[in-house]
Design a protein around this ligand. Structure first.
Ligand code: UD2
Length: 315
């Protein structure tokens, strides 16, 4: 198949690109390189005729339409992904995350694309204390980012009904793995902790470290995407993509210590404003309807990430 991946030079998008190229598919990566990087593609870009990079923005509707024409599937991963940034810059994140998604859907419709996959988020659940999160729960986002992801998902469902473009929304929980950038203060906690542990410096835990998340290794997220791209009958649906387990930050530090072979001592600081305490996905629906199974658990994923980072640092 021929696939367009928006945000394809970013963390998750580049892993989808890598898998598709390995399976012999033709891939167009569409990325404005604001947070994506060419280096994220360099490890597997050797077969240049199967992988094309278009440096453009999802706000550019005309360019998107040009690139979508003739594609079978679009993986829409491009977004401004920081919750706190969306709180500070809601207009900009609206333009990228909502208008950008609408542009993708328009392009899909005009270009005869069979199916669109959307990188949605656990942020749609907000602070509803009910656990685990099920897709049937009423969404109650508490940030512009959460609203934008919810809105994108609703646009997708509408497209499936109105225009016959098949769409599937995947609600990612806390994704981690190689190529996630640890350098922003809003980076995923695992990327930051691994960076500190390998540098021999002390990671900072905001709060008592007993908050928990459903951390999901990126290869599981790629699996979910490929299944969602091909499973008949999945159109118009939304699925949680997590591991179905929660891990506290203190557990995470202990795992890190086991893998690197020495204690990773953290510094504890006051909890971050607006943080939720716990997050956990119910993945029964994705299991039942997509055959999704998170094959790589948290500790195994952490070990793979550390191995990748060690190699990268020694190169
Ligand atoms: C995740 C997503 C976010 C959104 C949200 C929905 C990531 C990177 N972010 O935010 O996009 O979908 O879920 O609820 O996946 N922490 C530390 N030390 C650090 C960094 C973080 O203690 O150096 C804590 C942080 O205070 C929080 C936990 O680790 O309690 C997880 O933080 P995060 O930024 O990795 O992810 P989260 O769940 O806030």
């Amino acid at each position: 198949m021929r696939a367009l991946i928006t945000g394809g030079a970013g963390f998750i998008g580049s892993h989808i690109a890598e898998r598709l190229v390995a399976e012999g598919h033709e891939v167009v990566v569409y990325d404005n390189l604001s947070s994506g990087r060419r280096e994220n593609l360099s490890g597997f870009a050797a077969n240049a005729n199967r992988l094309e990079l278009v440096v453009a923005d999802v706000r550019d509707a005309a360019k998107l339409a040009e690139c979508a024409a003739g594609c079978d599937v679009i993986f829409h991963e491009a977004a401004i992904v920081s919750v706190p940034y969306s709180v500070e810059h809601p207009q900009e994140t609206h333009d990228v995350n909502i208008q950008g998604t609408l542009n993708v859907l328009q392009a899909a419709r005009a270009g005869g694309v069979r199916r669109v996959l959307f990188a949605c988020s656990a942020a749609v659940y907000g602070e509803d204390p009910e656990m685990p999160k099920r897709e049937s729960m009423r969404p109650s986002p508490i940030s512009p980012y959460g609203v934008e992801k919810m809105c994108g998902e609703m646009y997708l469902q509408t497209w499936a009904k109105l225009y016959g473009v098949e769409t599937v929304s995947l609600r990612y929980f806390n994704v981690f793995g190689p190529r996630q950038d640890p350098r922003s203060p809003y980076s995923g906690v695992i990327s930051i902790f691994v960076d500190r542990a390998l540098a021999g410096t002390s990671p900072t835990v905001y709060g008592d470290g007993e908050q928990s998340r459903d951390f999901v290794f990126v290869s599981n997220v790629v699996d979910a995407n490929l299944r969602a791209a091909t499973t008949p009958g999945a159109s118009g649906r939304a699925y949680n993509v997590g591991c179905g387990h929660r891990t506290t930050l203190n557990d995470l530090l202990a795992m890190l210590g086991r893998i690197v072979g020495r204690d990773v001592a953290a510094t504890y600081a006051p909890a971050r404003a607006g943080d939720i305490k716990d997050s956990l996905a119910d993945i029964a629906l994705a299991r039942a309807e997509l055959g999704y199974e998170p094959a790589v658990g948290v500790e195994e994923g952490l070990a793979r990430l550390i191995e990748f980072e060690r190699k990268r640092r020694s190169a």
